[in-house]
Design a protein around this ligand. Structure first.
Ligand code: UDP
Length: 234
C-alpha cells in the first residue's frame, strides 16, 4: 500500500490518496474542535483511540449488514477506507435529550427519546451546520428522497446495533452523528464512530465519556477516551 498526496484536511482527520483510485487513507489527528471550531485544543492520543474504536464499531456494523467504508486498520492512526463522495448531510440519531436538542426546544437533558429520532444538518461550516428538513435537502439537491429514506433506514439500523453494544458495556448511547457517502452508486456509512461524534454516558454515574468533556471543560478528557477504548475494545 503506497500512500499518496493529501486530498483533504478536516478538523480531526486528514485523507490521503493511495495507489488504488477507489481507496483512501483516513489519518486520525489529536486535534479537537468544538462550537464550529471556535474552540480548539488537543486531546492526547485521541487519534489512536478514535481509530481503534472506529475499527471495532465498523466491523460490528458490517457483521450486522450495514455497508461501511471500512477496509482495514493500517496503523495506530491510519484507517484504509473505500473512497466516497460524502453526502453533505450530517445525520444525528438521538436516544436521550442532550446538547442542541435540549437548548433549541427547551427539553430536559437526560429525558429518554423513544423511539429514537433522526435529524438532518446541512454539512456547511460557513453556515454553522444548520438543522434542515427533507424539503431543504430536496431544494438544494443534496440527495434524492430515495437516498434519504435509505440513509434513515441505515441510521436507525446502526442505532439498533450500537445501543445494546454500549448497554452491555455499562454505557448509555445518548446521541451520535453519522456521515454517509456514495461508492460506485451505493450508499455506505463513512467518517468515524468514536467519542468525538457520539455522546456516551456512564450508566451508573451518568458522567460524560465523550467530547462534551472538552466542550464543557469537565477535565479528565484523555482518561474518558481511554476508558471508552477499554470498554469497546478491551
Ligand atoms: N455532532 C458532531 N458534529 C457536529 C455536531 C454534532 O459530531 O458538527 C454530534 C455531537 O457530538 C452529538 C450529536 O452529534 O453526539 C448531537 O449534537 P447536538 O446537535 O446536540 O449539537 P452540540 O450539542 O454538539 O452542539
Amino acid at each position: 500500500m503506497t500512500i499518496g498526496s493529501m486530498l483533504y484536511e478536516g478538523k480531526a482527520k486528514k485523507v490521503f490518496a493511495t495507489d488504488k483510485p477507489d481507496q483512501v487513507v483516513q489519518y486520525f489527528k489529536d486535534d479537537a474542535t468544538a462550537f464550529n471550531a471556535q474552540k480548539r485544543g488537543t486531546i492526547l492520543e485521541k487519534g489512536v483511540i478514535n481509530n481503534k474504536i472506529s475499527e471495532r464499531l465498523f466491523v460490528l456494523l458490517e457483521q450486522a449488514g450495514v455497508p461501511t467504508h471500512f477496509i482495514k486498520r493500517l496503523s495506530d492512526r491510519e484507517l484504509l477506507t473505500k473512497k466516497v463522495a460524502i453526502v453533505p448531510v450530517e445525520v444525528v440519531v438521538r436516544n436521550v435529550v442532550a446538547g442542541s436538542l435540549a437548548k433549541r426546544l427547551g427539553l430536559k437533558e437526560g429525558d429518554p427519546i423513544e423511539p429514537a429520532i433522526v435529524e438532518w444538518y446541512y454539512k456547511n461550516d460557513g453556515l454553522g451546520d444548520p438543522l434542515i428538513a427533507d424539503e431543504h435537502i430536496r431544494l438544494m439537491q443534496l440527495a434524492t428522497p430515495e437516498q434519504m429514506a435509505e440513509i434513515k433506514r441505515l441510521a436507525l439500523k446502526v442505532n439498533g446495533v450500537l445501543q445494546p453494544f454500549f448497554r452491555e458495556r455499562q454505557m448509555i448511547l445518548v446521541d451520535f452523528k453519522l456521515e454517509f457517502g456514495l461508492h460506485n452508486g451505493q450508499l455506505i456509512l463513512a467518517d468515524e464512530i468514536s467519542p468525538d461524534p457520539c455522546r456516551f454516558w456512564d450508566q451508573t454515574t451518568k458522567e460524560s465519556m465523550d467530547k462534551d468533556r472538552f466542550r464543557k471543560d469537565l477535565g479528565k478528557i484523555e482518561e474518558a477516551y481511554q476508558e471508552v477504548l477499554k470498554r469497546v475494545c478491551g
